[in-house]
Design a protein around this ligand. Structure first.
Ligand code: FES
Length: 139
């Protein structure tokens, strides 16, 4: 194991134990939740937009689950403010893997992408592009 990946492992544990932007927003423009049915791990994101209705101003999340799923949510919550809804819809799993900085085994891919999927589905629902249903990674 390289020093670099050690550092990322510590960062994941730190975000798991001390999640950033944890909680809920008083007046979010949209909220969306989802879970991974194979383990029950879950996340709920609140998103508040700037006056332009396009740029994320503030994000909060709550969740319960494994270190990877919760650290990915915390790391993503730090990236989102300043991003536009278009940019959120263009995120892909490689962006999440990059944030996490460690190799994600096939078994853990769902852990890593849960936060991204919840935020993307919430964005699509807000924009009327998707039915308002909880994100379920089995779908
Ligand atoms: Fe459930 Fe990681 S083990 S999301």
């Amino acid at each position: 194991m390289s020093m670099g990946s050690d550092m990322y492992r510590q960062q994941i544990l730190d975000h798991y134990k001390n999640p950033r932007n944890y909680g809920s927003l008083e007046d979010p423009d949209f909220s969306h939740g989802g879970h991974n049915p194979s383990c029950g791990d879950q996340l709920e994101f609140d998103v508040a937009l700037a006056d332009d209705g396009e740029t994320v101003e503030q994000v909060a999340f709550e969740g319960d689950g494994c270190a990877i799923s919760q650290a990915a949510a915390s790391l993503l919550s730090q990236q989102l403010p300043g991003m536009t809804l278009d940019e959120i819809e263009q995120l892909d799993r490689d962006d999440v893997f990059e944030l996490l900085g460690v190799d994600i085994s096939p078994m853990r891919v769902k852990c890593a992408v849960l936060a991204e999927k919840v935020v993307q589905d919430g964005t699509a629902i807000y924009r009327g592009e998707r039915d308002d249903e909880e994100t379920n990674l089995e779908d």
